[in-house]
Design a protein around this ligand. Structure first.
Ligand SMILES: Nc1ncnc2c1ncn2[C@@H]1O[C@H](COP(=O)(O)OP(=O)(O)OP(=O)(O)O)[C@@H](O)[C@H]1O
Ligand SMILES: [Mg+2]
Length: 451
């Protein structure tokens, strides 16, 4: 993409309505525009990052054997009346009636709808295990939408639902979700710590929230500092192996890490004092096993091996796809702007032409652009007739992790400059070497299979 042809409405001034840095930077970098409280348009660059995050989530869900689909945003109220949640959900649910006076709602989540699909088509235990998921817009009429996409009213969420014959099988599904979530967040350059959370009215130990530590987080969390040393890394995992998945769960959830709702002073104080931490965190996902709550309410039964109808064991598992943009920026920025991790960056590399209109500089930039594009990468070429300072400021603000700077002086010596946004360090390289370096850097991130 050439910047002169793109739509990147960056702002010089700091928008006064934004209270936290991620919201400010998303507005300043021209990624989103508020349309009404908690509802946003995703401008081209915001949309690009949203899709990058979505692609990673899809990729890791499919790797875990979970099956993508798409359910509608508008749901009939009848299903929710069947489960008993239509009245319970309260004012957070946006209720709509159609021209025939039928009660509808904009889905805040999909347990009822997916259970209805399941009960319509699955009758035998032989069709289990099954995990269906989708990534779809949700609406929750939050009392206090704030912090930009972090707490929106309309937001984009991955929600997955497992259907299993027994509690044991459902817990394996729970563990698969835990592993696939760890992998997803790491690919986005984030550390998200699984913490024991509150099961709400259903209770039980089987729910974890994934939290990104950040001062601006809305959740209060308590943990053993050892948990921040854990990482999944690039190890192999067999998602069919109950032992392997259970092993990862134990590795990541044995040490103390809880949100304030389940915090236990006595257990916390048993940790050596120097490892006790209390902090704030952003919830970027949650996994939940809830047994037969919805399958019993909605009559989702399968014929078991003994021939008897039995309600399926279920769980639901969510990732806040749109909230993740805010969380990533909270975790990765400096006073000049965003610093995108390679896994989610909107463009792989910026090209800054210091002397637009200079035949040699323009030619070198065109060649770099063509070589990167031919390698399957997306450069953003700042080809505007602007001062170098302005071009650098824009690149720093939008946070592309790598920048190639091209000017007549360097070209005289056959070099361009490759700069890391994160460290600020620059090296002089031939244009060919710079392209080779960028290709190497992104090789581990070019693994999504699509679907
Ligand atoms: N209003 C929102 N705006 C953006 N993302 C959200 C919002 N509500 C929930 N999410 C994201 O969707 C994920 C799954 O939804 P879940 O039902 O667990 O949310 P929740 O526990 O109600 O969230 P919260 O406690 O932050 O209100 C959350 O972990 C979060 O990342
Ligand atoms: Mg939650």
């Amino acid at each position: 993409m050439r910047l002169s042809r793109y739509f990147l409405p960056v702002m010089k001034e700091t928008p006064s309505e934004a209270q936290i840095v991620s919201h400010r930077l998303m507005l300043r970098a021209g990624m989103i525009k508020q349309s009404s409280a908690g509802i946003y348009s995703w401008l081209p660059m915001g949309f690009k990052v949203l899709k990058k995050i979505e692609t990673i989530v899809h990729d890791e869900q499919m790797r875990a054997g979970h099956i993508p689909m798409l359910m509608p945003t508008l749901q009939p109220a009848d299903l929710w009346k069947e489960s008993g949640r239509y009245d319970d959900y309260g004012k957070e649910m946006l209720r709509i009636s159609d021209r025939h006076g039928r009660d509808m709602l904009y889905g805040p989540t999909n347990e009822e709808m997916v259970t209805d699909i399941f009960r319509s088509h699955v009758n035998s235990y032989k069709d289990l295990p099954l995990t269906l998921y989708h990534i779809q817009w949700k609406f929750r009429d939050e009392v206090r939408p704030r912090f930009g996409v972090m707490r929106g009213r309309e937001f984009y969420m991955k929600d997955g639902y497992n259907f299993d014959l027994s509690k044991e099988d459902a817990l394996h599904a729970y563990n698969r979700h835990l592993v696939s979530y760890l992998r997803s967040y790491e690919r986005m350059g984030l550390q998200a710590i699984p913490m024991r959370a509150d099961g709400g009215p259903i209770g039980g130990d089987y729910t974890h929230e994934f939290l990104v530590l950040a001062e601006t987080g809305e959740s209060e969390v308590f943990y053993d500092s050892d948990v921040t040393d854990l990482s999944f890394g690039d190890r192999e995992i067999d998602y069919d192996s109950v032992e392997q998945c259970q092993g990862v769960l134990e590795e990541f959830t044995t040490k103390y890490a809880r949100t304030d709702e389940t915090h236990d002073e006595a257990a916390f104080n048993a940790i050596p004092e120097e490892r006790r931490r209390s902090a704030r965190g952003i919830e970027v996902g949650q996994i939940f096993y809830f047994g037969t709550k919805y399958s019993e309410a909605l009559g989702a039964k399968v014929q078991g091996p003994d021939g008897k109808p039995t309600p399926v064991h279920m769980g639901s598992h969510g990732i806040g796809v749109s909230r993740l943009l805010g969380a990533i920026i909270e975790a990765s920025h400096d006073d000049k702007g965003i610093i995108w991790p390679e896994g989610v960056t909107p463009f792989h590399c910026g090209i800054v032409n210091l002397k637009q209109g200079d035949e040699q500089a323009d030619g070198a930039c065109d060649q770099l652009y063509a070589a990167l594009t031919a390698a399957g990468l997306e450069p953003l070429y700042d080809d505007r007739k602007e001062r170098a300072g302005g071009k650098f400021a824009t690149m720093d603000l939008i946070g592309l992790p790598w920048r190639i700077t091209v000017g007549p002086r360097g070209l005289k010596n056959g070099v361009v400059e490759l700069t890391s946004r994160r460290s600020g360090e620059s090296v002089e390289l031939s244009p060919e070497e710079a392209v080779k370096k960028i290709i190497e850097i992104y090789a581990p991130h070019m693994t999504s299979r699509g679907f």
